[in-house]
Design a protein around this ligand. Structure first.
Ligand code: CTP
Ligand code: MG
Length: 373
């Protein structure tokens, strides 16, 4: 039989929420609820140590099958109170911090597997990637230990019941339970930990944890193409700029192929149809609309459908005009029309072949990356 103790009696002073840390919301649940699901797949008995005054609230959150006890003044004290409730038939005890809410069930399973394999004390750990220095009271470094032999230790930590009882019998204080076992001279096995088992101490840790919850953006991409014939006598609008002394192109609007290709890429990504269905000839109010105006309209539609632009890239294909000298200006114009989105603008010729290589017009191909939360 396996028992688990979740230390959740801290006040969360460094987090500064004004409520105990275990009650802080992370996604759809509180930290204590997450922590329970980290270990519930392996534990037959679960004991939670609650801050004084919050026992009922935590009991309601975790449900009746879990024992909630009032914690102590220190973490080690809280764990000892929890240990006193472990059923005597327990073979192993896992000790977990509510603050490491996102430790996966697989991590607890690995800890248990190592115990079943004969280890008496098992802790997850990650390699130490920062150089660590020992500093004295005057702020002077006194040592730089070799980081390659260092591990950042996490929970859940697992122990044979007899050993963890013995380790806590002297009422020792330590920041984790393994340290008390080490002071008995018993071997503590380190297994591979998890990035997602980070200890939530400050609001910025909570933001990191949210990313592990998979509440990262939902990305979509789209591609758009446009091409227009030259029509001498018309002004040339391209990539949001007027190009004096260049032949313009025919078109329902100003014929800005770069802007139109971007609009289509955005429509493709957001699944909103295309340039024709949104601003086509059956929508006379868009006749003669500038590329910039269409980009602004498209941006509004993308936003309305719940997406934001991550990045837009457009490549102009044609023998003229030469984009290079006005690239920065054009990017600024396109980006401004797209609410400040990141824009890349490239240009190429097609070596006299196909598409616009014959010099009959200008084309553009665009791609867009958009995201929703
Ligand atoms: N803990 C506990 N009893 C205590 C102190 C801490 O059960 N007397 C628990 C915390 O609830 C937490 C874990 O031990 O899940 C690790 O402690 P820590 O991250 O320091 O949490 P807090 O003590 O709540 O935070 P702070 O130190 O910022 O007040
Ligand atoms: Mg603390």
């Amino acid at each position: 039989m396996i028992a688990a103790i979740i230390a959740a009696a801290g006040s969360g002073e460094r987090f500064g929420a004004g409520t105990p840390k275990a009650l802080i919301q992370l996604g759809d649940r509180t930290l204590i609820e997450h922590a329970v699901s980290s270990i519930s797949s392996v534990a037959d008995q679960i004991i939670v140590t609650a801050p004084a005054g919050y026992e009922k609230q935590i009991q309601t959150l975790v449900g009746d099958g879990i024992i909630v006890v009032t914690g102590g003044a220190t973490r080690s004290e809280s764990v000892r109170i929890g240990l006193s409730k472990v059923l005597c038939e327990a073979e192993y005890v896992l000790i977990h911090d509510a603050a490491r809410a996102l430790a996966s069930p697989a991590l607890a399973q690995s800890v248990v597997a190592a115990l079943k394999n004969g280890d008496v004390a098992v802790v997850p750990g990650l390699a130490q990637t920062d150089t660590v220095k020992v500093v004295n009271a005057d702020g002077i470094v006194t040592a730089t230990p070799d980081r390659t032999s260092m591990r950042k230790i996490q929970t859940p930590q697992g122990f044979t019941f007899g050993l963890i009882n013995q380790a806590h019998a002297q009422s020792g204080e330590a920041t984790d339970d393994a340290a008390l076992v080490e002071s008995l001279g018993k071997p503590v096995r380190v297994i591979e930990g998890e990035e997602r088992a980070i200890k939530i101490t400050t609001p910025s840790d909570l933001a990191t944890a949210l990313q592990f919850l998979g509440q990262s953006p939902n990305f979509k991409t789209g591609v758009g193409v446009d091409a227009h014939h030259f029509e001498p006598g018309r002004p040339l609008w391209l990539a949001g700029l007027l190009w004096p002394d260049q032949d313009g192109v025919e078109g329902h609007s100003d014929g800005d192929v770069a802007a139109h290709a971007i609009c289509d890429a955005l429509f493709a990504a957001s699944g909103l149809g295309d340039l024709g269905s949104n601003f086509g000839t059956n929508k006379p109010e868009y006749a003669g609309a500038s590329g910039v105006a269409l980009l602004k309209e498209t941006l509004a539609l993308v936003h309305k459908s719940g997406y934001k632009i991550s990045h837009v890239s457009v490549q102009v294909i044609g023998n003229r005009p030469k984009i290079g000298s006005r690239r920065v200006e054009a990017i600024a114009a396109l980006s401004a029309a797209l609410g400040g989105a990141e824009v890349a603008l490239l240009a190429t010729t097609t070596d006299g072949m196909g598409l616009t290589g014959e010099g009959k017009g200008i084309a553009a191909i665009a791609s867009a990356l958009i995201y929703s939360k």
